[in-house]
Design a protein around this ligand. Structure first.
Ligand code: PLP
Length: 501
């Protein structure tokens, strides 16, 4: 399998090269040149595989330059039970109500779906150095709204030949998310708070990636940057696996027969997770509709419905912060395929986005999008009402992102009468956003003035769920990262933290 940049000027590169470099030099995203296709008998052959076996099967089709024996070792190390994932099935499926199933993606060490990819990425990345004969050390640079940063730190900590620098917005993450990051252990981990919001941190990181002076200095120390954000193909490929796993679980549970269609709903921010579902569908997984759920930052809902992407709008800070995003980078990969692999059009749209904050796709592309995607969003009050309702009916505590997915899906089902079984991606543990979850269930007075660590016990008592190991005693851990910087100082901070002379 070869990879091509969505902007078209780089093609024919290996998976290892795509993963090692993270982003293409022409500003585009590396993406597979052709779609992998599974026949119905191949799908059938996956039916009784464990999560790990399934992962090797699917990944080996995309990472064809990685020796299969290595993939087996990497997958087994990344998804080991119980020290890496707290459930032996890795991403178990539970019933919400008849016809609605929750794909639990948060049993990894940092309690968000990003662990599924970020536990594996460090192995893929270090192997890539070997396969591409690139001997320079890797510096992973991350801007995070909370979940990616911690998952990447945990994945890369003490991985030989790598270091990782994470920037998070000083005021933009929850107390639990902040403590998860500033207490991070590992000889090669660095964390800094940026005085600003997520966009400031993200723009700062983008500038550093393009800063010729810093890149040259790194090269002098035999180091090179790479990315652990979902612009890196190595983040997306592992996510395809769990949509297959979820489908096959529904078959094993007797909900559907092999070959029958289902729908998928994904609470969406950067469009990475739902794009992995799109890949699964194009590979031959029987999926009819992909329901893209947003919060008040509903730029994707408008895009799917109108064909106009317009980021010139108010930015809202919500109780589902990992979806508070106005530029969904991975949409670029979708557009590449929907135009029949036409980098010229993709380029025009992305230039327009850069220059004016807006682009409009042609009617044919819009029709292609609408053939598969449904866009919907919920207001904060609906998200909270959904958490309360699901808890009262099912004693199930949903996190604030998953609740956006459930809420958007249920409205879709009511409005259309589409009763196909649905997998709803559950992207975080409710413990990670416990203050908002408990407020939704018990009311504001029940959480007012109580810190998030005290609320862990309260949520555990109420839901009967165990507090995840990674969050327990987090407030008692030593703070190891104290750097706070202005957004103009980020480049300097990287050089200081890495001790570049
Ligand atoms: C990152 C994240 C999302 C958004 O996923 P994308 O792949 O960026 O669309 C949704 N929910 C949670 C909890 C997340 O951490």
């Amino acid at each position: 399998m070869n990879y091509i940049s969505t902007r078209g000027s780089i093609a024919g590169v290996s998976a290892a090269h795509a993963i090692r470099t993270g982003i293409a030099a022409d500003g585009g995203l590396f993406t597979p040149e052709t779609m992998v296709k599974l026949s119905s008998s191949e799908l059938e052959s996956l039916k009784n595989k464990s999560y790990q076996e399934l992962a090797v099967d699917i990944l080996s089709r995309y990472l064809s330059d990685y020796p299969k024996a290595d993939l087996v070792t990497m997958v087994e190390s990344a998804y080991r039970y119980p020290d890496k994932f707290a459930d032996p099935r890795v991403t178990p499926v539970t019933e919400l109500r008849k016809g609605e199933y929750i794909l639990e993606l948060w049993h990894g060490p940092t309690c968000a779906f990003k662990d599924v990819a970020l536990q594996l990425l460090p192995y893929l990345m270090t192997k890539a150095s070997e396969l591409t004969q690139d001997r320079s050390g890797i510096v992973i640079l991350v801007a995070t709204s909370g979940d990616t940063g911690k998952a990447a730190l945990e994945g890369f900590r003490d991985v030989p030949g790598t270091s990782i620098v994470v920037f998070f917005p000083d005021q933009g993450v929850s107390e639990i998310q902040r403590m998860q990051m500033v207490t991070q252990e590992g000889r090669n981990t660095f964390v800094a708070a940026v005085k600003g919001n997520f966009d400031d941190a993200q723009n700062g990181v983008k500038e550093i990636f393009g800063d010729a002076k810093i890149i040259e200095k790194l090269a002098g120390h035999k180091l090179a940057f790479s990315s652990a954000n979902s612009i890196n193909w190595g983040r997306l490929a592992p996510q395809i696996v769990y949509y297959f796993f979820g489908y096959l679980e529904l078959c094993r549970q007797g909900v559907i027969a092999l070959g029958d269609p289902m729908n998928i709903t994904v609470p969406t921010g950067n469009f990475g997770n739902i794009l992995a579902a799109y890949f699964a569908m194009r590979m031959g997984l029987p999926v009819r509709k992909l329901i893209c759920a947003s919060n008040a930052n509903n730029v994707l809902t408008d895009f799917i419905n109108s064909g106009v992407y317009d980021r010139n709008r108010q930015f809202y800070t919500t109780i589902s912060p990992s979806m508070d995003i106005l530029i969904s980078s991975n949409l670029e990969r979708l557009l590449y395929y929907l135009t029949g692999s036409d980098p010229k059009r993709v380029n025009e749209w992305m230039q327009s986005l850069k220059n004016t904050g807006r682009y409009q796709v042609d009617t044919q592309t819009r029709a292609e999008i609408q053939r598969t995607f449904i866009g919907g969003f919920t207001a904060e009050t609906e998200t909270k009402a959904t958490i309360k309702k699901v808890f009262e009916e099912r004693k199930l505590a949903l996190d604030t992102h998953t609740a956006v997915g459930v809420s958007v899906y249920e409205r879709y089902r009511q409005e259309t009468g589409d009763n196909l079984p649905v997998l709803i991606a559950s992207t975080a543990s409710p413990f990670k956003f416990n203050s908002s979850v408990l407020e939704a269930i018990l009311g504001e007075s029940a959480v007012a003035g109580i810190n998030e660590f005290a609320l862990l016990d309260k949520l555990s008592g109420l839901s009967g769920m165990e507090i995840p190991a990674g969050l327990k005693n987090l407030d008692k851990k030593a703070i190891r990262h104290k750097t706070v910087c202005g957004k103009a100082e980020m480049g300097q901070v990287v050089q200081e933290l890495l001790k570049l002379k």
